[in-house]
Ligand binder design. Structure first.
Ligand SMILES: Cc1cc2nc3c(=O)[nH]c(=O)nc-3n(C[C@H](O)[C@H](O)[C@H](O)COP(=O)(O)OP(=O)(O)OC[C@H]3O[C@@H](n4cnc5c(N)ncnc54)[C@H](O)[C@@H]3O)c2cc1C
Length: 393
């Protein structure tokens, strides 16, 4: 039976980071994924993810985002690959709006508060400031804005690929197209891993299975994770295309009302003016399962997104759909992460780091998970993400 110090189950955003960091630590590591990562089936595809350091979702996330950016910049320097583009992020919301987005009732104000507390460079903008600086946005007139120049976007597929390749160079064994079916901690503490191809044993296992977490964790905990299908669309820019490239157009989050579906976001034309703008919104109306989800995007879905979100706010962007993709959010009851040990198994650690905002934290979270199993402590205190916060309902 092949054995290792650490086995990582799932090599997406967090798992590829945990694999790289464990290998860097000198551990004997095996990583297993049911597909060939980076792939299009989980939560980590679609070319871009927003990263920002002042985190409206909670002050506890700020150090993770800051550290992740450091790790990606170190990897960029070591490999020459482009992973992080700090072209700036603009958060817009109606002034004084009270809503519930990503676990925050006052996302814009919470973002500003995080920036103040951690000394993150930023500007607060009025509607007129935004209009002057970014005429690409058509504002209603009651908006307030937050601009963080050091924020921007990361490239999820490249981040995963780079961390997997660095892990491999450090001796990690990577097994793909292999599904882990069962985990069991034995009396002596060793963890036995059964996949659809083989059996393995390890001193520790880290489970980073994204939207498939329920299949391995199961039991009473399954109710804590809800999976939602999300749609991203790339629309063509009909006019002033040169104004939408990354050094002229920031990534943005725009809260347009107080319903859950009222948080929209988007990116500049990263493939040049003809590549279109990626724009998305969120939906929490219908849950799904990763093995049965409909991955095709209907023309009616894209048309509805254009009519509801894009047409009223981006006069230069046309309804011509260049591309569309589905992706999965795994959401917890408080929209934060859950990182903990499997019930009754000290040596199996799992991470569910999504709720729609996990990529920007994934490199540091992978590092913390590796430290936790290899050194029994980590740079960041992850205890606030424990599952027991939901005990008692
Ligand atoms: C549309 C969309 C937009 C988003 N936008 C942002 C954003 O702008 N900024 C941001 O910070 N975050 C964003 N997020 C969230 C972020 O992408 C996720 O938090 C992050 O990708 C989750 O990573 P993960 O490692 O938990 O899951 P994944 O990357 O999905 O990895 C899970 C892996 O586990 C593997 N696996 C599962 N089960 C098994 C098994 N039994 N055996 C072997 N392998 C298994 C899967 O194949 C997969 O590779 C967005 C998410 C979506 C869907």
């Amino acid at each position: 039976m092949p054995s290792a110090d650490v086995i990582i189950v799932g090599l997406g955003a967090v798992g590829s980071a945990a694999l790289y960091q464990s290998a860097k630590h000198g551990a004997r590591v095996i990583g297993i994924d049911r597909f060939e990562p980076p792939h299009q089936h989980g939560s980590s595809h679609g070319d871009t993810r927003i990263t920002r350091e002042a985190i409206g979702e909670g002050l506890e996330f700020v150090p993770l985002a800051v550290r992740s950016n450091q790790i990606w910049e170190e990897l960029e320097a070591a490999t020459g690959r482009s992973l992080l583009d700090r072209n700036g992020c603009l958060v817009i919301a109606p002034a004084n709006l009270v809503s519930d987005h990503h676990g925050s009732k006052t996302f814009l104000a919470d973002t500003v508060q995080a920036a103040h507390k951690f000394g993150i460079a930023h500007e607060q903008l009025s509607t007129n400031d935004i209009r002057r600086r970014y005429p690409q946005f058509r504002l209603h007139g009651d908006e307030a804005g937050y601009f963080e120049p050091g924020a921007g976007f990361v490239r999820p597929e490249a981040c995963i690929e780079t961390q997997l390749s660095a892990a491999r160079q450090l001796g990690a064994k990577i097994l793909t197209s292999e599904t882990v079916l069962h985990l069991q901690q034995t009396k002596d503490g060793t963890v036995e891993v059964r996949s659809d191809k083989d059996f393995y044993s390890a001193a520790n296992v880290i489970v980073t299975a994204g939207p498939w977490i329920n299949q391995l964790l199961g039991g009473e905990y399954a109710q804590l994770f809800k999976v939602y299908r999300q749609v991203s669309c790339w629309f063509a820019v009909a006019r002033n295309a040169g104004e939408y490239v990354p050094d002229k157009f920031p990534v943005f989050i725009w809260i347009v009302g107080n319903r859950p579906r009222d948080m929209m976001y988007g990116f500049p034309a990263i493939d040049g003016p003809t590549g279109g703008l990626k724009i998305a919104a969120e939906q929490y109306d219908a849950t799904t399962e990763p093995d049965t989800v409909d991955r095709a995007v209907g023309g009616d879905e894209a048309a509805a997104m254009y009519a509801e979100y894009v047409a009223p706010r981006f006069p230069d962007v046309s309804s011509q759909l260049l591309r569309a993709k589905t992706c999965l959010y795994t959401v917890t009851p408080d929209a934060k992460f859950i990182v903990d040990k499997f019930p009754g198994a000290e040596n199996i650690l799992f991470s569910s780091a999504c709720s729609g905002h996990g990529f920007k934290h994934s490199a540091a979270l992978g590092e913390a998970l590796a430290q936790q199993v290899l050194e029994q402590r980590s740079r960041f205190d992850l205890s606030g993400f424990g599952i027991l916060r939901f005990a008692g309902g």
